[in-house]
Design a protein. Structure first.
Length: 158
């Protein structure tokens, strides 16, 4: 495949008309990753569009919440005072953290939201660089898996 053909393929896949759809998926993935994945599925994106938009949205959310996590947490606690939580709930997260650490939180990040994964890691005093590295790697792997899943379902349905 020559360079001209590769560039044509890239331009064809990432079209300007889809910019609002890309931005909606990216914005959704920043807060709720799985909702963004479903949104990307409904937009009839190609494989690379799914991978890139959901990963970019997820990693932007991670950067945002790692950078401003403490400020956001203080604001949310002031705006919505915490209800008395049961001790068992806190102990479950502490047990989970002790057993799996940042790797475990990173693996479940798409299912609990990147924002919540970052807040959990920050609550257990994890270094921001490690949070970005581990959660980012996990989101990249999950992005490929979700795009591959959609691709396989499309092949199966044909």
């Amino acid at each position: 495949m020559d360079m001209e053909h590769s560039l044509f393929l890239l331009v064809k896949i990432f079209s300007v008309e889809n910019i609002p759809a890309y931005l909606s998926v990216i914005g959704t993935c920043m807060l709720k990753y799985l909702v963004g994945v479903i949104l990307a599925y409904t937009q009839d994106f190609h494989f690379w569009e799914i991978v890139s938009t959901i990963f970019v949205g997820g990693i932007l959310g991670v950067f945002l919440f790692v950078s401003f996590g403490t400020v956001i947490r203080k604001f949310l606690l002031k705006k919505f005072p915490p209800k008395t939580r049961s001790l068992s709930s806190a102990l479950k997260w502490a047990r989970f953290w002790r057993k799996y650490g940042i790797v475990g939180v990173s693996v479940i990040a798409p299912f609990i939201s990147p924002m919540l994964a970052v807040f959990i890691a920050l609550a257990f005093r994890e270094k921001p660089e490690r949070i970005v590295r581990f959660v980012g790697t996990s989101l990249l792997i999950w992005s490929f898996l979700f795009a591959f899943f959609k691709h396989q379902v499309q092949i199966w349905l044909q």
